[in-house]
Design a protein around this ligand. Structure first.
Ligand SMILES: [Zn+2]
Length: 366
């Protein structure tokens, strides 16, 4: 930390003397083994050391994602080096950089997708299809549950003064994901009907706003009455309680039996069948997640006879985030923040996400 202070940046945390071993400086929340919330440890960790082309950022806020829970619990076929620092959605200040337009002290949010920047996919603007693509905080790139993080320079997005760190951290991953699903994959058009599952989820609150921004009529599902007005405030024309009401019957009633043009699916096994049944002829179902399980049946006769499209989507392109950010900075897209926790209380924050009681993003302040 003294080294950072030497770069002239005012840090919120007080300066500390050099660690006995000289190697540990920053505070971070790490886990050394997979498991429950109890494996999350608030402790000292080595400062990241930027490689050429990378920039060191002082984290001010980091939003949670379901990915953080999967990383902590452990994933089949995915090996996560230990100890691990999660956190894909980061806003903070540039600490060390040689880029003239992004000097130390510049306020930024981070692109959550890290790619090589040199392959055909990257140079074609499809960086989320890069063979080396990885999400910040997922496997090999330590994330934002820490005072410092390093990223490639192309992952920095400068912030206007009026956007605060918590709002900024709540934006990138879910809005990028929802933008790619709706705009790039589904090609949503003005006047179409879009069903968004789980309005209170990160992807849900982003998808409602992006669909409405593109002139679609949005139907959103919620799991409690308190979430109804909040979904409407984001732009949902109709709100369906997925516990109290038959979602498919409601969609058919609201569309004069036609069904919806696009379904934004991220729940998985628990909702898959009715999501497919809610589609109109020619409808597109886009999925980016399966939090309730990976298995879903598909009636192939319905698929071809009704000309349905089933589209997979994972993250999005750097250019898409910059485009979505223009609407964010202009006040037309507003990430919803459920509540904030101090970094040291990351376990309590993850517990809230696990319990699904939130509306919008849960954010750690660092
Ligand atoms: Zn690449």
């Amino acid at each position: 930390m003294e080294r950072l202070l030497g770069w002239g940046l005012a840090l919120r945390s007080p300066p500390r003397g050099p660690h006995a071993g000289g190697a540990l400086h920053m505070k971070a929340v790490r886990f050394h083994q997979h498991g429950g919330l109890e494996v999350l440890r608030y402790e000292e960790a080595p400062d990241p050391e930027p490689l050429p082309g990378e920039v060191l950022v002082r984290v001010r806020a980091c939003a949670l994602n379901h990915l953080d829970l999967w990383e902590r619990r452990g994933l089949e076929r995915v090996s996560i080096p230990m100890p691990h620092i999660s956190g894909s959605d980061v806003a903070g200040d540039v600490v060390a950089s040689t880029l003239p337009d992004l000097p130390p002290g510049r306020r930024v949010m981070l692109q959550p997708g890290v790619s090589c920047g040199r392959c055909a996919a990257c140079l074609d603007g499809r960086d989320n299809e890069c063979p080396q693509y990885e999400v910040l905080g997922y496997q090999h790139h330590a994330g934002g549950y820490a005072e410092l993080v390093k990223v490639p320079a192309q992952n920095l997005v400068p912030l206007p003064d009026e956007i605060d760190y918590v709002q900024a951290a709540a934006f990138p991953l879910t809005f990028l994901t929802a933008w790619h699903m709706l705009v790039t994959r589904a090609g949503v058009r003005r006047g179409e009907d879009v069903l968004v599952l789980a309005a209170g989820s990160g992807v849900g609150q982003a998808a409602i706003q992006i669909a409405a921004l593109h002139g679609a009529r949005v139907f959103a599902t919620v799991g409690s009455d308190e979430k109804r007005p909040r979904a409407r405030a984001l732009g949902a024309a109709e709100v369906i309680d997925h516990y109290q009401q038959d979602v498919v019957a409601e969609v058919h009633r609201l569309t004069n039996r036609r069904g919806v043009d696009v379904v934004i699916e991220h729940v998985g096994q628990a909702t898959w069948t009715r999501s497919v049944r809610a589609l109109a002829r020619g409808g597109r179902l886009v999925t980016c997640g399966a939090t309730t399980g990976p298995d879903g049946a598909l009636n192939l006769q319905a698929l071809f006879a009704r000309r349905l499209s089933i589209l997979g989507s994972y993250m999005g392109r750097k250019g898409e985030l910059l485009r979505a950010a223009r609407f964010f900075f202009a006040g037309q897209l507003k990430p919803v923040v459920d509540r904030t926790f101090p970094l040291a209380e990351a376990a309590a924050a993850q517990r809230r996400l696990e319990q699904s009681g939130q509306f919008g993003k849960i954010v750690l302040e660092v």
